[in-house]
Design a protein around this ligand. Structure first.
Ligand code: ADP
Length: 407
């Protein structure tokens, strides 16, 4: 069997999986692993293979050391580069700007283009690049592929992509809506027409990726026409720890009245807000426990989250004109029956006939949870960004081999 090594490299961590690109969304990867606290004295490398979890605690001075050590651990368990046929390395890259609408075979020039995009994603792209450079050095004979979180949204029409901000400033600083979670919205939205036995070229849909980060997308006939995240992933829906949309005037107010620095505000809005900023917790299972115990803050946080979600669903219904399907995905979307029910409560007059019983069924499989007669179908479709990256990378790697670039 052939596998793709999928790498998601952060500033202080590397997540990796060995994925069979022909697997289904709910299949386990052959290996999954995490290198943690890179650059700190107390690092750790964990791999999970066949239900067994192995952790090695050690100082991981840099990404290169961490990745090499992770490969050694995989070798020790007969699932490393010596034993497994790795056909591609797929790198998750957060920001592809306007430059990338498709996955790219990574060559030196592509690396420098990703580097040029650092101003748009100062926290993410440098870490992604570190991962790319280190992995290309360790595995030089395997095609490496960059898969961009923004790529799916490069089709947004100008009216949705551009902000009503001074156009000279916007163009000088590349300010526009790029959107994120694109790999997930694309992966899920491509399955919907198959499940409904519809022509993808005639399917209008709303996809709701509700994980710790959350975003909504409006998709017309396979192409995204709007999405809730913007220049950065801070915009749109209220999330686990991020505000989602707020009045930008709040930032001036905090600078002037609270004397906060840009870094303070960045941390406040990205890490200390959202559901966590109001309820003190961001995991929806814990939030529900707190609600059940009568915690008023938890109830308020939940209601703000739902209100914001309904706002986006409503606006995308109008933007699309006709909606054939609304799909929930990611940790909250796939598992939280109450979020789904409350997000679509009382919308029969818009053709959404939600089936309460079907909604309660627990399953790992993609499924329809609206009534058979509902004009708008409601679905739950598990996402798997690593699998999507593996599929795209395998395809690009096959083309590179056909072109004679790799053996
Ligand atoms: P990420 O955005 O970090 O990739 P996921 O898509 O894995 O996240 O979603 C993680 C979130 O999913 C958790 O923070 C938790 O709120 C939520 N979640 C996971 N399982 C459940 C569950 N059974 N019920 C409700 N929420 C859940």
């Amino acid at each position: 069997m052939s596998y793709v090594l999928v790498l998601n490299s952060g500033s202080s961590s590397i997540k990796f999986q060995l994925v069979d690109p022909t697997a289904t969304a709910t299949d386990d990867p052959l290996v999954s692993g995490l290198v943690e606290q890179v650059g700190e004295p107390s690092g750790a490398i964990t791999i999970k293979v066949g239900g067994e979890k192995v952790t090695e605690e050690l100082e991981v001075p840099d990404h290169s050391f961490g990745l090499k050590r992770a490969f050694d651990l995989m070798d020790d368990h007969q699932v490393g580069t010596k034993d497994v046929d790795i056909i591609a390395v797929g790198h998750r890259v957060v920001h592809g700007g306007r430059l990338f609408s498709e996955p790219q075979l990574i060559e030196d020039q592509i690396e420098s283009m990703i580097e040029d995009l650092i101003p748009l994603a100062p926290l993410h792209n440098p870490a992604n690049l570190d991962g790319i450079r280190v992995a290309r050095k360790i595995l030089p004979d395997i095609p490496h592929v960059a898969v961009f979180d923004t790529a799916f949204f490069n089709t947004l029409p100008p009216a949705a992509a551009l902000y009503a901000i001074n156009s000279e400033v916007a163009s000088k600083y590349d300010i526009r809506r790029y959107g994120f979670h694109g790999t997930s919205h694309e992966f899920v939205s491509q399955q919907v027409p198959k499940i409904l036995d519809r022509d993808p070229e005639h399917t209008h849909q709303i996809t709701l990726h509700l994980g710790n980060g959350a975003s909504a997308a409006a998709i017309r006939n396979g192409r995204a026409i709007d999405t809730s995240m913007g220049l950065t992933p801070l915009a749109g829906l209220a999330m686990g720890t991020r505000t989602g949309d707020i009045d930008p005037g709040i930032i001036f107010h905090l600078v002037r009245q609270a004397g906060m620095s840009i870094d303070d505000i960045d941390k406040l809005l990205n890490k200390q807000s959202g559901v966590k900023g109001i309820a003190g917790v961001n995991d929806f299972r814990t939030l529900r426990e707190h609600i059940d115990k009568g915690d008023e803050d938890a109830w308020l946080a939940y209601n703000i989250y739902i209100h914001q979600l309904r706002r986006f669903i409503g606006s995308y219904m109008i933007a699309l004109g006709r909606v054939d399907a609304i799909t929930f995905t990611a940790g909250v979307g796939e598992n939280d029956t109450e979020v789904r029910q409350d997000a679509l409560y009382n919308l029969d007059m818009y053709g959404i006939d939600f089936d309460k019983e079907r909604n309660l069924v627990r399953s790992d499989e993609p499924r329809v949870i609206s009534t058979d007669d509902s004009p708008v179908k409601v679905l739950v479709v598990p996402t798997n960004e690593e699998l999507a990256i593996a599929q795209k990378s395998a395809e690009v790697a096959a083309q590179a081999r056909e072109a004679g670039l790799f053996k």
